[in-house]
Design a protein around this ligand. Structure first.
Ligand SMILES: Cc1cc2nc3c(=O)[nH]c(=O)nc-3n(C[C@H](O)[C@H](O)[C@H](O)COP(=O)(O)OP(=O)(O)OC[C@H]3O[C@@H](n4cnc5c(N)ncnc54)[C@H](O)[C@@H]3O)c2cc1C
Length: 420
């Protein structure tokens, strides 16, 4: 194990003097070994964070992260990067707030600037139903001691002066809510920061590898996996494959209670600063923030018409998101859209993720990450515990897979859900 080169102002200055020829590779890509203690399928934020905490907190060193494309090429590199913990259920609030807390110190911990900007998230509420739902969430958040408060319509307008004037609104703004510790971070940096830190502990990060099968011993336990680069022996496999966990789990022989849908986002051309908070409007199903590059980063609802693994997006969904955006901010109507993309996201029918042991000994799951960018640190921390100790972490015990057998659902409305 080689300790990472330290990133600092002094190192940057030295680099400038040496024409930036002094930098080590951020992570190692060694050849695949024939045997590992743990193999993680999927090199997104969750897979890499799990590898990092397995090595750091549990001293497991023979770990491989197998990625079929390139790390961060899945949803971790395709999201709108919003981090918040304003959920409804007590268990979710605790879990997601732990994640926000970990994000708060992550740049220092990983020695990698993740550009976490805690600029607040303001929800704009246009209907009595939303007001009532948000008040309920507010009470629960405050009972857990987590910052969240309701705002009057005037307070919403003070925080977001660029909103449409009252006389131009189809629906009046009734009020809002704010979580001041919420914000955005640089999505690639989360992936690269965890990859670099895990690699320093000796984790093998292998990209462009195809997994062709998961092997089980006669007693049903995990015994290894087949890849296009040969057989790997291991007794522990975790799937953190983003929108494709259900397909990976099928290779192991179990069916997960998940459906995969398309979610898309887009950015505008860069403009001068107009918005210094993250905005979410559940009634118009649009959310946005102003990136450091100056682009407006905008997301909307999912395309819930059909199950889909595609990574593009449909014009009709883009159209309805833009309509919602312009209803709130008519002044953005002359902006040009620069890029649009989508991702395939898994959804468990209660809207909560699955971080769990499974009926197959040695097979673990991190899945159902609808809005899971914000959960990467806590997801990695708790899955690593589950793998190392073969028991759930107290924070994620609520997300165990067998809740679907016992009907202990964790119905969560703190996320935009594709229920239809
Ligand atoms: C448009 C959009 C906006 C979003 N906005 C937000 C947001 O603002 N806030 C938020 O919290 N969340 C958001 N999300 C959700 C968030 O991006 C995901 O929940 C999160 O990134 C999931 O991380 P992951 O590591 O589980 O999956 P991924 O980042 O998708 O990583 C999984 C990896 O597994 C790999 N893989 C798949 N199958 C295999 C296989 N068979 N073998 C090997 N590798 C495999 C994939 O190539 C991928 O790299 C958004 C998602 C999208 C698409």
């Amino acid at each position: 194990m080689k300790p990472n080169q330290r990133y600092s102002l002094a190192a940057l200055a030295q680099g400038a003097l040496r024409n930036h020829q002094n930098w080590d590779r951020a992570w190692q890509s060694p050849p695949l070994k024939p045997q590992y203690d743990v193999v993680i399928i999927g090199g997104g934020g969750h897979g890499l964070a799990t590898a990092y905490y397995l090595a750091k907190n549990h001293g497991i060193r023979k770990i491989a992260v197998l990625e079929k494309n390139w790390i961060g090429g899945g949803n971790s590199g395709r999201n709108t990067a919003i981090i918040r913990s304003n959920y409804l259920r007590q268990d979710s609030i605790r879990f997601f707030d732990k994640s926000v807390q970990l994000y708060e110190t992550l740049s220092r911990e990983l020695n990698y600037n993740i550009m976490f900007s805690q600029r607040s998230e303001v929800d704009i509420l246009l209907t009595n139903t939303s007001m009532r739902n948000m008040r309920r969430r507010c009470f629960n958040m405050n009972l857990q001691g987590v910052d969240f408060k309701m705002l009057s319509a005037d307070e919403v307008r003070q925080r977001i002066p660029v909103l449409a004037p009252m006389k131009e609104c189809r629906l009046p703004i009734l009020g809002g809510s704010v979580q001041s510790r919420a914000g955005i971070a640089r999505h690639d940096a989360i992936v690269w920061g965890y990859a670099r830190a895990a690699s320093a502990y000796g984790v093998d990060i292998i990209q462009n590898v195809v997994i062709t099968g998961i092997r089980r011993a006669e007693n049903g336990e995990i015994s290894g996996l087949n890849t296009d680069r040969g057989l790997i022996k291991t007794n522990k496999i975790a799937t953190a494959a983003g929108g494709e966990n259900s397909s990976v789990a099928e290779m192991a022989g179990i069916r997960l209670p998940l459906q995969t849908f398309n979610l898309q986002a887009f950015v505008s051309e860069p403009i001068k600063p107009v918005l210094d908070v993250v905005v979410n409007c559940p009634d118009l199903q649009v959310y946005l923030s102003h990136s450091d590059k100056g682009e407006l980063v905008v997301g909307g609802i999912t395309d819930a018409q059909q199950i889909s693994f595609r990574r593009g997006g449909k014009l009709a969904v883009l159209d309805s998101t833009v309509a919602g955006l312009l209803e709130l901010f008519p002044t953005f109507r002359r902006l040009k859209l620069m890029r649009q993309w989508g991702g395939a996201l898994e959804f468990a029918r209660d809207g909560s993720p699955i971080i769990s042991l499974t009926p197959i000994k040695g097979f673990y799951v991190s899945a159902g990450w609808w809005g899971g960018f914000k959960a990467i640190p806590a997801g990695g921390l708790t899955l690593a515990h589950t793998i190392a100790k073969d028991e759930p972490h107290p924070l994620s015990a609520c997300y165990r897979l067998n809740r679907f057998d016992t009907m202990n659902f964790l119905m969560e409305s703190g996320t935009t859900v594709p229920i239809h």
